[in-house]
Design a protein around this ligand. Structure first.
Ligand SMILES: C[S@@+](CC[C@H](N)C(=O)[O-])C[C@H]1O[C@@H](n2cnc3c(N)ncnc32)[C@H](O)[C@@H]1O
Length: 158
């Protein structure tokens, strides 16, 4: 893929290198007892009963997996090929591969037609990495009828 901007290159390199160890960051009481529960509490009420979800900057599948386990179909979209490889492995191990499509790309340049998705999730700070976060939000907005976009997180110093 061609990503001329230095910022994107740094982000891709960082996540490509940390992909195999990324999930270990979540393996501590803060995430298990606090972050995961609070985040799920904000996501769950907005989930459609059925349909297709875009997990933008979905990384190793932290949120794709529980959503697929509910029977939703997902596109896990991420700029890092290594993060996607880890996600692919985990999703296959759980037998969820029929529900998940993987796509490498930049959330600032999404080329899906409007209304392709019933719900869009961008959890864990992917928007904060974009050179133009407003553009990313508008790309992910998916048109006036779209479900509200919930995103939270702070920018990592990459
Ligand atoms: C902190 S991780 C969050 C991963 C996952 N959503 C989670 O909650 O565990 C941020 C992810 O955003 C991805 N990312 C960063 N900039 C991106 C961009 N411009 N387009 C798509 N993905 C991006 C990274 O590759 C990484 O997988």
């Amino acid at each position: 893929m061609d990503y001329p901007e230095d910022q994107n290159r740094r982000v891709i390199d960082y996540y490509d290198k940390s992909a195999e160890s990324y999930d270990r960051e979540y393996d501590n009481p803060y995430f298990k007892r606090l972050y995961d529960r609070i985040t799920w509490r904000y996501i769950e009420p907005y989930l459609p009963d059925e349909g297709v979800v875009l997990d933008a900057g979905g990384g190793t599948g932290k949120w794709t997996i529980p959503l697929a386990e509910r029977g939703l179909r997902l596109t896990l979209y991420d700029v890092s090929s290594e993060m996607l490889d880890v996600a692919r492995r985990k999703i296959r191990e759980r037998g969820l591969q029929a529900l998940v499509t993987f796509k490498q790309g930049d959330i600032c340049r999404i080329d899906y037609p409007e209304d392709s998705f019933d719900f869009v999730l961008a959890e864990g700070d992917p928007i904060s990495y974009c050179i133009d976060p407003d553009k990313a939000v508008s790309e992910l907005g998916q048109g006036p009828e779209a479900e509200p976009l919930r995103c939270c997180g702070r920018r990592q110093p990459i």
